[in-house]
Design a protein around this ligand. Structure first.
Ligand SMILES: O=P(O)(O)OC[C@H]1O[C@H](OP(=O)(O)OP(=O)(O)O)[C@H](O)[C@@H]1O
Ligand SMILES: Nc1nc2[nH]cnc2c(=O)[nH]1
Ligand SMILES: [Mg+2]
Length: 174
């Protein structure tokens, strides 16, 4: 990853993994089937912003109505900078997790390098950490995930993309 610092993470990734709304919903439901065996959970904590969408689906399926956020900014589109915690978990949620996060479920869309996940884990080490997708570097940080993609893959989420014309494969389309 560090060989071409001038390139964005997406440019270094090379491979594209586009995910449709339909596929994402399906993968979130598959994630919930696994989490249902681990819970129950007192609350769901979404790592914003990407974690908001899976958190809504997972919380609906698990019947959890207490949803909190940890707001972290790092990637400026596709370049990762220093992580900034803009908002931590609320005092009410921290109390539900006994201070260490026991019985709390952290949800994010993906782990890549694992930097974001590691930061949140440090805040509440006993919480369960679930993501929909995982890349090898971040995978050891996650307790439950659905699909692993290679480190050189960039995942395109449906809220970041739109339908557009693609040239035929014969003419050089990816
Ligand atoms: O494992 P890492 O290398 O830390 O990367 C994973 C994080 O990167 C993305 O968030 P991003 O910082 O792009 O913010 P966003 O969720 O607001 O889009 C993604 O949603 C994860 O939270
Ligand atoms: N959309 C998106 N954001 C990321 N942030 C870190 N890795 C990724 C990725 O593969 N896709
Ligand atoms: Mg994110």
């Amino acid at each position: 990853m560090a060989e071409h610092p001038e390139l964005s993470a997406q440019e270094r990734a090379g491979k594209a993994f586009p995910v449709s709304w339909d596929q994402f919903h399906r993968d979130c439901r598959a994630l919930t089937w696994r989490l249902n065996e681990v819970g129950p959970f007192h609350a769901v904590i979404a790592i914003t912003r990407g974690g908001l969408v899976p958190a809504a689906i997972v919380a609906r399926e698990l019947g959890v109505r207490i949803i909190d956020t940890v707001c972290i900014a790092s990637y400026d589109h596709t370049k990762q900078g220093d992580l900034k915690v803009l908002k931590g978990i609320s005092a009410d949620t921290a109390k539900l997790g006994g201070g260490t996060g026991k019985g709390l479920l952290i949800v994010d869309d993906l782990v890549d390098t694992g930097k974001t996940g590691r930061l949140v884990r440090e805040m509440i080490p006993d919480a369960h950490f679930a993501t929909v997708y995982a890349k090898p570097m971040g995978r050891p940080l996650v307790d439950t995930f659905i699909t692993e993609v290679s480190q050189d893959t960039w995942i395109f989420f449906p809220w970041d993309t739109a339908l557009s014309f693609q040239p035929p494969i014969r003419d050089g389309a990816a």
